[in-house]
Every structure is written in C-alpha cells, then in structure tokens.
Design a protein around this ligand. Sequence first.
Ligand SMILES: Cc1ncc(COP(=O)(O)O)c(C=O)c1O
Length: 404
Amino acid sequence: MFQINENYLKLPGSYLFSTIGKKVSAFTAANPDKKIIRLGIGDVTLPLAPAVIEAMHKAVDEMGNADTFHGYAPDLGYEFLRTAIVENDYKARGVDISIDEIFVSDGAKSDSGNIGEIFGDNNRIAVCDPVYPVYVDSNVMAGRTGEYIADKERWSNVIYMPCTADNNFSPELPKETPDMIYLCFPNNPTGSTITKAELQKWVDYAIKVGAVIIYDAAYEAYISEEDVPHSIYECKDAKSCAIELRSFSKNAGFTGTRLGFTVVPKELKCGDVSLNALWARRHGTKFNGAPYIIQRAGEAVYSEAGKAQTKEQIAYYMNNAKIIREGLLGAGFEAFGGVNAPYIWLKTPDKMTSWEFFDYLLEKVNIVGTPGSGFGPSGEGYFRLTAFGSYENTLAAIERIKNI
Ligand SMILES: Cc1ncc(COP(=O)(O)O)c(C=O)c1O
C-alpha cells in the first residue's frame, strides 16, 4: 500500500486569498452598484514592455524555422541570458559572479520552494514574521518545521523573527541558532528594507554560526535609496554563505510569462561539498529549462530600450506607492514601506484587527487590501496595500480613504 507524504497533512489551509475572494463576491452580490477598487493583489498590471514583446515575436519566428528552431534549453539557461544577468545585475554593481553560478528558472516562487531539496531534513529554519508564505510551507512539506501550534499560529521547530514597527520591520539576530535563514529585502509584505551595513551583520552572523542565507531579492528593482543593497553579494564574504533568488516578475512584468534565476556561488560549501554542484545536479535532473522565447524576452529586459521601458514601469508603480503612502500619512494613518518597495504596510486604526479593518474598508469605501495577519502572527494589526493598480484607481482609492 502506498503512503503519502504526511507532512502535507500538517499544512493548515491557506485561506487568505480565498477568504478575501469570498468576502468580495458576497459584497458585490449585495451591492452591485458599488465600484470596488482592488489594492490587494501582488500581481503587476502594466503590459510587457515593447522591447520585450519585439524580442518575443522574433523568437517565435525563429521557432517556426528549422534553421533557427530551439529544442531543450541548456540546463543552466542560455548563455546569452546568463551573460546579460552577470553584466547588468552584478558586474555593474561591482559584484563578481560568473555565468556558471547563475541558474535560470521559471521564477522565484519555484526556486524558493525547491531550494530546500539540497539541504538536510534536520536543518532548523529562521523566517521573518510576517513572511512570504512559500518559505514556511515548503519547509513544512519537507518535514523541517515540527508541529503546528494552532493557538500561536506557529510551527514548533521554526525560529520566528518578528518584524514590527518596534524594530522598524528589520529582524533582529535570533537568540536560537538557525541553520537556514530566509531573508527578503525589499520585503513582501512590509515594504521595508535593510541597509548594506545591516545586511553585512547577517552575513557575518551566518558565517559565524555556519548557517546559509536564502536571500530573496525579487523586489530589488524598486530600490530608490542609495544605501540599500540590490544584491546580498554586495556584502563582504556573502558568497561563502548566501544563495540569492531573483525574478523577472516585478521588475519587468513577467508574472504570466515566468522567468527568474538563482545564484549559487562556487564558494558556498558545506564541508567539502559545493552547493553549486548540488543545485546543478538538482536543476539538471528536475527542470528542463525556461522556454527559449521567454529567455530571449528576458535578455531584452537588459537591452538599452528594455532598461528604459521597464524603468518607466517601475516609476509608474512607485508613483502609485508615493500617492498611497503620502495619502495615508496625510489622513493620519501610520504607514510604512512604499519607498523601496511596491507595498505599503499600515497600522490598522483604533486597534482593529487586520480582518476587522479589511471588512471596514470594503464596506465603508469599497476598497480591497490584504490583512496583515495572513502573513504571520506579527502581521496582526497591520494591513497591506499594493502599488500595482492603475494610477487612476490608486488616486480614487486614496481620496476615498481620506474621507473615512
Ligand atoms: C517575496 C517574493 N518572492 C517571490 C515571489 C514570486 O516570484 P515569481 O513570480 O518569480 O515566482 C513573490 C511574488 O509575489 C514574492 O513576493
């Protein structure tokens, strides 16, 4: 008789977005005349940049011709894309990464979920609280998290690092020693970030305790301040302790076309074993490459036209972020983020819970956001709004919020 992976049974249901969906549907059914504005989603809304579309069209035509047709892609990704990544994302920032340390993938969600496969089951993980749920859930599936303690909304074997207004949403070094540390800056959901000096402390700590850092830099393109690192490898010695995850989803709108990459430096070792070799083995066995057409589209993001056009898209979203942030502050809310990230994290007024504020906003001004408690217990009493809507809707939403 076959057995299942019983760790899956430990996972509590992921009710956040389905509960939001149900509440919004019920409201719409009862109030068909009301125009709802959605500032809850973490998905982009602008179309792909013209340079990207042009590269895709060209690649589609190549696929229709026997002389230029492409079958399976190389395991690590096409060299043209890995070279563009190395030159633009790393060399241009003074970071020395070689193309065989880059693994092209179909996005940072898969990579953040899969990377755990090359680590032992007994490793103890540390995560920020609130957190992007994939880091925790993928470790539950792997059996690393212990038991779920429902009343505390915590896993018994996970080290939680609270990120609240008290510590400026920047985690403190944990008291218990982790083996794997998940960090994400700029952060989803809090929109906070970390200075280079602060990140260096994490690198030094990881080296001292023998931990690995999984650094999710999916939102690096939104950084506007000088002192904020775009890559963990800007920190000294980070190549010996950190893996970096990157995505084309938020910097170039590839959420529906799927492209990302992971950097596993050759210096990163466990004893004599190279993690780069382990990830190469895993990638080669279980992943058959991102499509040629999409990798060409990714290359176009780094062309002069592609850079200028995607920069404009980010400026559009960040203008929305500014409108939300300043509008909220002007209306007397405590609001955070929105300067180096497309997320604005606000404190709910009058000690409302995150869900109470969700209902209040929906019913009173017909705006949908995301309750902070859905990202972890320390998110209770907070609420996330995103800058990915249209300019017009963002303006209208803030006008409505100002009047409540
Ligand atoms: C922190 C973080 N990492 C990764 C992802 C997923 O990126 P991708 O679209 O490349 O899978 C998201 C998406 O919202 C995210 O917020």
